[in-house]
Design a protein around this ligand. Structure first.
Ligand SMILES: NC(=O)c1ccc[n+]([C@@H]2O[C@H](COP(=O)([O-])OP(=O)(O)OC[C@H]3O[C@@H](n4cnc5c(N)ncnc54)[C@H](OP(=O)(O)O)[C@@H]3O)[C@@H](O)[C@H]2O)c1
Length: 162
């Protein structure tokens, strides 16, 4: 299982139900990486999608405790245990945890790779991803050169669990 996330300098990922930035190259990376694969998310993250509609060309799995909740083209799981039962159908290398904060926190222990887009801003976030730079079992495997969008620098960093 892998995580894919966009963080600021403080490992902030969102404020309220909003993302902290919209960088086209990052969205392209997210789309290219997850298309054809399985995406796992919390209900709050699903509700931020346009529509809200399932992401096309991906198996969408949404976690919620609400037994009555459903959405077209979405597999609904009501606990982490139910999620893992569902995930037995898929090669774990094809499963991407896409947020939000609560789901990253719960599933990061099961991830072996994290694709982190690091954005050089320090906005006031209220949702965070664990800081992998201080986690002793995570190391940087590769790092792109710095890129820029509208004056904001960002880079793609791949972390591996050791
Ligand atoms: N920067 C990024 O890459 C990125 C990516 C994704 C999201 N985000 C941001 O993250 C924020 C959303 O994160 P969040 O933590 O508030 O919400 P979230 O993790 O997306 O969803 C939380 C919801 O998921 C369900 N859930 C979580 N754990 C569960 C469990 N063990 N069993 C059953 N259901 C469970 C619950 O839904 P119910 O309430 O329906 O029971 C819970 O309220 C937003 O600001 C969003 O913009 C950022």
């Amino acid at each position: 299982m892998k995580a894919i996330v966009n963080v600021d300098n403080n490992w902030g990922i969102g404020i309220g139900d909003k993302l902290l930035n919209h960088i086209p190259a990052d969205m392209k990376f997210f789309k290219e990486t997850t298309t054809g694969n399985v995406v796992v998310m919390g209900r709050a993250t699903f509700m931020t999608f346009p529509g809200p509609k399932a992401l096309p060309n991906r198996v969408n799995i949404v976690i919620t405790r609400d037994e009555s909740w459903s959405a077209p083209d979405v597999i609904v799981c009501h606990s982490i245990e139910e999620l893992f039962e569902q995930l037995e159908r898929y090669d774990s290398d094809t499963v991407y945890v896409i947020g939000g904060s609560s789901v990253y926190q719960q599933l990061l222990p099961y991830c072996d790779t994290a694709y982190v887009t690091k954005v050089d801003t320090g906005k006031t976030a209220d949702k965070f991803f664990p800081n992998l730079d201080v986690e002793s079992d995570w190391v940087v495997k590769s790092e792109s050169e710095a890129m820029e969008h509208n004056g904001t620098e960002f880079k793609f960093v791949t972390y591996k669990k050791i």
